[in-house]
Unconditional design. Structure first.
Length: 332
């Protein structure tokens, strides 16, 4: 667990603190996304957790220990760190980059070899093809994968990720996000993740900390932030299409009508793990008001209807005291 209590960071000559009396707790195994405009203090907060930047006042505890009571180098060995430009050592091979922290931890080479190969496979890179390559021989997406593998190498309980996927193209970014979500589902690390992209925050975070001018504005689940923004700043920051963003959080199983009679799926189908937003996209693509739902064997398991989606969103806003209603519509 990471606990941040009344943290302040002041720089000489600044009118206001870069981080101003910020407090929050990140539960073990959760991903907390720091979200806000440029210069709001989210990266400064992240860097204070592993003492790259020293706080002016306040307290940060990682796994129950105050960071200021620990040797900075020892502290960082237990915290994985992934940055936007990856930061791989250019003179080291992929293998040696990933092996850096395990060697600092004095693991034996057999254990290191097993760990490096395991991590490369986990991030979608073939060990035999990539172990001996240098960073300049990799694509941007491959370097980012190696960066994630290196951060995980020492099996740290906590990870800091500073806009880790923003420097790659949109397709690769989506692939990296999906791969990391699969890894996190398996490993359950405690993660602080910085982004200024609301869609990425919704997708990656268990909870979102919205920060503005160094202060915490709202700290909640993605769904609650979208349905019940704390103030006008949050409402403006998440954007006018909050209804559609909420749909990306909801699996179609929530409203799917089961169908066990007809095992033939039609061409208007979505997989069982799709979101309501993906179901709507398929309806728009096919100019229809309903789609079939199929399992991984392409067998029909149910269907989703636009009217049910509209009812679901209407109920969600009513339960959160909102006047806004979904105006989603598909016409044949």
């Amino acid at each position: 667990m990471i606990k941040i209590k009344n943290i302040v960071k002041r720089y000489p000559g600044m009118e206001r603190p870069a981080v101003d009396n910020l407090s929050l707790e990140i539960n073990e195994g959760e991903t907390c996304v720091f979200l806000g405009p440029s210069g709001c203090g989210k990266t400064t907060t992240l860097k204070m957790i592993n003492r790259i930047i020293e706080p002016t006042s306040g307290e940060i505890c990682v796994n129950g220990k105050n960071i200021m009571d620990q040797n900075p180098d020892e502290l960082r060995k237990g915290i994985g760190y992934v940055i936007q430009k990856v930061g791989l050592f250019p003179h080291l091979t992929v293998y040696d980059n990933i092996a850096t922290v395990p060697r600092l931890l004095k693991w034996n080479e057999n254990k290191i070899n097993k760990r490096v190969n395991e991590l490369l496979e986990m991030v979608g890179l073939v060990p035999e093809e990539n172990n001996s390559k240098y960073p300049n021989a990799l694509s941007g997406g491959q370097r980012q994968r190696v960066g994630v593998a290196r951060a995980l190498a020492g099996n740290p309980p906590s990870m800091l990720m500073d806009e880790p996927f923003s420097a790659v193209d949109p397709v690769t970014r989506t692939q990296l996000q999906n791969e990391f979500l699969k890894i996190q589902k398996k490993l359950k690390k405690t993660i602080c993740f910085v982004t200024h992209d609301i869609d990425e925050a919704i997708k990656m975070g268990d909870r979102i900390a919205i920060i503005n001018e160094g202060s915490l504005v709202q700290y909640d689940t993605p769904e609650n932030i979208l349905l019940n923004p704390a103030n006008e700043f949050v409402e403006d920051f998440v954007g006018p299409d909050r209804s559609l963003k909420v749909l990306s959080l909801i699996n179609i199983k929530s409203i799917m009508k089961e169908n066990i009679k007809n095992k033939e799926s039609n061409c208007y189908s979505v997989p069982l793990d799709a979101t309501l937003r993906e179901a709507i996209a398929k309806m728009l693509e096919c100019n229809t008001n309903s789609v079939s739902v199929v399992d991984d064997k392409n067998s029909l398991v149910g269907s989703v209807d636009m009217r049910d989606i509209q009812k679901y969103i209407g109920r969600a806003y009513d339960e959160n005291g909102q006047e806004e209603k979904s105006d989603i519509n598909v016409s044949n």
